[in-house]
Design a protein around this ligand. Structure first.
Ligand SMILES: Cc1ncc(COP(=O)(O)O)c(C=O)c1O
Length: 495
């Protein structure tokens, strides 16, 4: 027997290199380290050693401000949603609706909605149609019609396991080979660059303009497009995240119109990631679908060929049901044969989670004024919305006061993305440790405070600039003070 250790059939040198090349910082090194700290603190609490030992960490809670995951940060689920879901999971409860109504605070509309969904679906334990339950897709179409004032066809609605799965599907369909490219805003949510890496396709970055509140400048987009074409890239689509992640910016109507016109001129698919459509503090959300339909109405024939895919999710807004994995995308103007291939592609995964599909129904068709559940629903929804604004403002005010930090007013989504100026000495130390300067800053912040944020390099940033992204989801504002204290000490140490 040889004593040389045998290589595993699968080893780091023979797995898919495109997976290895993909980067996804929101769940990267910092997030892993923060989970280790959390486990350490939990162990100390759950299995106190004898004799008692001191917590060696300089903090007693970990704050996961790295990802938009509201219920991980103590956001309570909306009661109406969970009441309906509980009945779908265990329909026998419906045989005791008197108990539900009289003793468990269920309201008649929750019971009725559950009965209707069960009638349409059967059991949530069964696979649904690949594109999702038709009755829910019809509800989504009605929601879009009401939102935009233009018809929507439920045959073009595809329910998905979160928006991520929708993006994955569309990218698989659009990227035909290693010359296929997609215009992606920078900074961006790294789902886009990571998926392009996995598909061995090209990311064609266009920079958002920080000086105009992270605006989308058409000339910059055009230049990126032309540069990509010069490199031999077959540019297939343009991604827009509106409202933005990590920037929070909402696009004004004129920018949406310009992008649609640009896409029409250059035969690009428009991929509008609209998962933050209800998280808007400044400006208003206008959907790409609405602007496209208005352009088509006002300019007969000119924009009829535009292909638009727009995505939404139950993970964001005031819903925050990330773990249920629900979302949808709507296709407009797509070729019928392409849609058949999309159908086949999603069928390979069978169907999105059926309870996630039901959450989509509840999100887009919540209790209305006059319904028995409305009062509580509104109170909970408003409470979450107001809490987000209060925390965003507290963070913003704190960041404004911090040395070398530049930040625009919170505009929406769930994030702030300040610019940081890192002293030369700290940049040198970062280099010695093989880290980007913003990564080093965020690691030091985590080690000192237990707060996990994501370095700007994880989203892309203009060369020469440094940022970090934090969510404003964590309850209370005490942790904001931890950041300001750390920052002052960091600056003093490296000044
Ligand atoms: C812009 C953007 N798109 C898509 C997603 C994915 O969301 P989902 O949970 O619906 O997959 C996120 C998640 O943070 C996001 O920020």
């Amino acid at each position: 027997m040889s004593s040389t250790p045998r290589l595993k059939a699968l080893n780091i040198d023979n797995i898919n290199p495109h997976v290895k090349a993909a980067k996804y910082a929101v769940r990267g090194e910092l997030a892993i380290k923060s989970e280790e700290y959390r486990a350490q603190l939990r162990k100390l609490k759950d299995e106190p050693p004898t004799p008692p030992a001191e917590n060696k960490l300089p903090f007693d809670t970990v704050i996961s401000a790295n990802i938009g995951n509201p219920q991980q940060l103590d956001q309570k689920p909306i009661t109406f949603f969970r009441q309906v879901l509980s009945l779908l999971e265990y329909p026998n409860l419906l045989d005791h609706s008197d108990v539900l109504l009289q003793h468990l605070d269920y309201k008649q509309d929750a019971v009725d909605r559950a009965r209707w969904l069960i009638k349409e679906i059967g059991s949530v334990g069964a696979y649904s149609q690949s594109t999702g339950v038709p009755a829910i897709r019809k509800s989504v179409a009605r929601y879009i019609e009401k939102r935009d004032g233009f018809p929507a066809d439920f045959n073009n609605i595809y329910l998905s396991a979160g928006a991520s799965s929708g993006v994955n599907t569309l990218m698989h369909i659009m990227c035909a080979n290693d010359k296929s490219g997609i215009l992606v805003p920078i900074p961006q949510y790294p789902l886009y660059t990571a998926t392009l890496s996995v598909l061995n396709a090209r990311c064609c970055p266009y920079y958002l303009d920080e000086s105009t509140g992270w605006g989308t400048d058409l000339e910059t987009v055009r230049k990126s497009y032309e540069d990509a074409k010069k490199d031999g890239t077959d540019v297939r689509a343009i991604v827009i995240i509106n409202p933005g992640n990590p920037t929070g910016a909402s696009l004004p109507r004129s920018d949406i119109e310009n992008i649609i016109k640009f896409a029409a001129e250059n035969q690009l698919v428009v991929m509008a990631d609209e998962v933050y459509q209800t998280n808007v503090f400044i400006g208003e959300f206008i959907s790409f679908k609405k602007v496209l339909r208005e352009l088509q109405r006002d300019n007969p024939g000119t924009y009829d060929h535009v292909e638009l895919a727009s995505l939404h999710s139950i993970s964001k807004g005031m819903v925050g049901e990330c773990g249920h994995r629900g979302g949808y995308f709507e296709l407009v103007g797509f070729d019928k044969e392409v849609q058949e291939q999309i159908y086949k592609f999603i069928s390979i995964m069978l169907c999105p989670p059926v309870t996630g599909q039901c959450c989509v129904e509840l999100m887009i068709n919540p209790p209305q004024e006059g319904d028995p559940s409305y009062e509580l629903y509104y109170k909970e929804y408003k409470g979450i919305e107001d809490g987000l604004k209060v925390r965003a403002t507290a963070l913003y005010e704190a960041f404004k006061e911090m040395e070398g930090v530049d930040i625009g007013e919170p505009q929406g989504s769930m994030y702030l993305f300040p610019t940081i100026t890192i002293p030369e000495k700290a940049q040198q130390v970062a280099k010695e440790k093989g880290k980007n300067a913003d990564e080093f800053y965020c690691l030091e912040l985590l080690d000192a405070t237990g707060i996990c944020v994501v370095p700007g390099s994880g989203f892309g940033q203009k060369p020469g600039t440094l940022h970090f992204r934090t969510t404003f989801l964590a309850p209370g504002t005490e942790w904001v003070g931890r950041i300001t204290k750390f920052h002052k000490e960091f600056m003093d140490q490296y000044r």
